[in-house]
Ligand binder design. Sequence first.
Ligand SMILES: [Zn+2]
Length: 109
Amino acid sequence: MTCQESEQYIQEFVDDTLAGDELEAFLWHINNCKACYNEMETGYLLKEALTRLEDGTSFDLHSELKEKISLTEGYLRWRSIAAVGRRLVLTIAGLFLVLEMLYLYLNYL
Ligand SMILES: [Zn+2]
């Protein structure tokens, strides 16, 4: 597929009407051609922005950003709980090791 051909498919791709061999060839092209990828990206973002403006409901980047931040915070909280859990397991394992050594010491020495 040439760049000229690819340009003709951008709109179809953005509208989700591109399929089959053309879709495959188009995807291969934009993955290997920065210029056409950028063109497609611009078309996609434009369509998204227009769709959201028409909906009037979800064009709220401010809340989307807040949601993204809160999701990230949730992930970080979960990660710190997991770190505490790991430390606890290591401590218990260490305790068992000490008990086992004591047991061996008392029984065989
Ligand atoms: Zn191209």
